[in-house]
Design a protein around this ligand. Structure first.
Ligand code: SF4
Length: 273
């Protein structure tokens, strides 16, 4: 990319920012390419011919998109295997469908929950029930849309319930161990900069650690060298409406935003869920 082309891209991004309340977003690969372009310009002063806006967009965007497409293809392949999985025969029989995951294949931020509930089993998407709606609100307060992040569960099938009973049950350690490799593949493909585990069951599934949430949450852990924040599951906040508990989750999310080097407004700092 030439300097004029880079200037055009920056001008276009500034226009988008002026028109929208949210800052424009770019994948981390696209940003890396823009930074590389600067270095190339510095090393190759002869490349200064004028570029059209179309040239600028072409040279700035497709490589990042190509990377995201590769990740999407890889995720689609895992999704196909999950869709046909019968490793837990009892769950394969009782599920309406598998619930793989949703969001950007190139997300910087990935949330991990425990298992699909009744709503998720019906819709085939994680976190769509009441707890999911609360998670969407938390994301919005962080200036994210659901499609900006990636959301998945340890278990891809809804834990079965005795006939005639209501509600959801947590997955067993065996079920989590059996399904965990799919989540590991998702994380390996997406390579998020930060992981958030929602609730003690998700932590147990991911790290194999059993401990009280008050000991785990609010501080950084790691999973395969990826920074991992542990916080309460949104369902816990629905059961426990105490402002102090909601504030704890929000403080955990502020730490996540800081880790991702996102701008945090005064309003966000003082926010209560
Ligand atoms: S829970 Fe996971 S491992 Fe078990 S059947 Fe479903 S997809 Fe397969």
């Amino acid at each position: 990319m030439t300097q004029p082309a880079l200037d055009l891209v920056i001008a276009a991004l500034e226009k988008i920012r002026e028109k929208n309340s949210r800052a424009p977003r770019a994948s981390k690969t696209a940003l890396a390419r823009l930074q590389d372009a600067r270095a190339v310009i510095a090393q190759r002063p002869a490349l200064t011919k004028h570029a059209t806006p179309a040239d600028a967009v072409k040279s700035a965007v497709p490589s990042g998109d190509a990377d995201a497409r590769d990740k999407a293809d890889l995720l689609a392949e895992v999704r196909e295997r999950v869709g046909a999985c019968t490793k837990c025969a009892h769950l394969a029989c009782s599920r309406t469908q598998t619930v793989f995951g949703v969001g950007s294949p190139d997300a910087d931020l990935m949330f991990i929950g425990e298992a699909p509930g009744a709503d998720e089993d019906l819709q085939g998407e994680p976190f769509v029930g009441r707890a999911g709606q609360l998670l969407t609100r938390i994301l919005k307060a962080m200036n994210f849309a659901r499609e900006d992040v990636y959301i998945a569960n340890i278990l891809k099938c809804r834990p079965d319930m005795p006939a005639g009973s209501f509600g959801n049950r947590p997955p067993t350690p065996t079920e989590m161990q059996t399904c965990r490799p799919y989540l590991v593949e998702q994380i390996d493909i997406i390579q998020p900069r930060v992981l958030v585990a929602l609730g003690a069951v998700a932590v147990e599934g991911l790290l194999g650690t059993r401990a009280a949430m008050r000991e785990l949450r609010g501080r950084w852990h790691t999973y395969n060298s990826i920074p991992l924040m542990i916080t309460y599951h949104p369902a816990y906040l629905l059961r426990n409406q105490a402002p102090s508990e909601k504030r704890k989750v929000w403080e955990d999310m502020l730490q996540v935003m800081e880790r991702l080097e996102l701008p945090i407004s005064e309003r966000q700092r003082n926010y209560f869920l």
